[in-house]
Design a binder for this molecule. Sequence first.
Ligand SMILES: CC(C)(COP(=O)(O)OP(=O)(O)OC[C@H]1O[C@@H](n2cnc3c(N)ncnc32)[C@H](O)[C@@H]1OP(=O)(O)O)[C@@H](O)C(=O)NCCC(=O)NCCS
Length: 343
Amino acid sequence: MGLDRRPARVAISYRPPRHAELAECALVWHSAVDDYMARLNRPLPSPYLDPLLTLLEHLLGTDPERFLVAVRPAVAGSAHGRDKVVGFGIAAQREHVWFLSQLYVLPEEQGHGIGRALLTQILPSLPAGQANAQRPEGGRTQSLALDERDVADHRPGILAMCTDSAQPVSNGLYARFGIVPRVPVLNLVGTPNPSALSRLPVGVGAEPFGRSDTSATLDSIDRTVLGYAHPADHGLLRASGRTGFVYRSDDGQAIGYGYSSEAGRFGPVALLDPTLTAPVLGHLMHVIRPRGATSAWVPGSNDRAMVALLRAGLRIEGFPALLCWTRPFAHFEGYLPASLALL
Ligand SMILES: CC(C)(COP(=O)(O)OP(=O)(O)OC[C@H]1O[C@@H](n2cnc3c(N)ncnc32)[C@H](O)[C@@H]1OP(=O)(O)O)[C@@H](O)C(=O)NCCC(=O)NCCS
């Protein structure tokens, strides 16, 4: 099915955001999520947008060419005289992995092709000769000469994202491009009891970040466990109050790293040896005491983290998210993501 079956209601323009429009993007996020969560009897609390604004600013810095807003252009002589942001999309390109961080459209504008038009314009470019297959025209997509899955196969690298399992629209939209839900990610929340978990084994030491230059070490662990290095995102984590440790065996070899925060966020945790998951989580709980409840996003493949966090007293909250990809790229049995918006 192409988008041309539905007439465009009004002209929508697609362009990079102005810095002053980031707050509008954050409000679009809140309206879009609140709209479907309210229908599930789980409305969002009133907007606290600072963490999202920090993320949007970070991504505007690292991926300006993959950040687009859909705007209803200002009408000359109108009272407002400025464009209205009705949707936005942003992806993070990290080495060969393209990760969709955000795609949101205002509820009253949904179902008219804006989400798809944003997505097709921030996807990695198609190789020459296939570019006509998905060129959006006025917010619509021309007839698709190629099957979308074939087109996904021809895009360079890997396409990935996290979706909400309660949202068929986004799951259906992305799966058309081969970005299919593969692994559930559960949100575990609560006040952890670290004594429930075993201590770090003899011969494994924890070195706080900052004692030495760990950037090459983190890059190497990330490439092995997550599939790509993302040093700029580590910078964001530290600037947002997460504290991290590198774990080393007694011969000095780095075997993983982990972050937690007093504000109550676990992750990311990346371990070359997943059997160390429970003691590493226990160590993080011991040394970084959250002020209140703490929360972690746990991929279903990381069974050791799931068991450890449940044993430590955390409980499953809400609906699972779904990790979606065109081709596998990470060893999620050894990884806990930082968030669903930036792994
Ligand atoms: C998801 C979202 C960004 C999509 O934007 P949109 O402008 O509404 O989407 P579009 O009109 O461009 O396309 C929606 C597509 O989903 C498809 N779709 C809708 N319901 C579906 C279902 N139950 N199964 C499969 N596909 C479905 C539609 O058929 C359409 O594809 P098509 O045009 O090829 O037929 C928007 O609806 C939104 O903001 N939703 C709430 C927040 C959200 O879930 N964001 C995604 C976070 S991962």
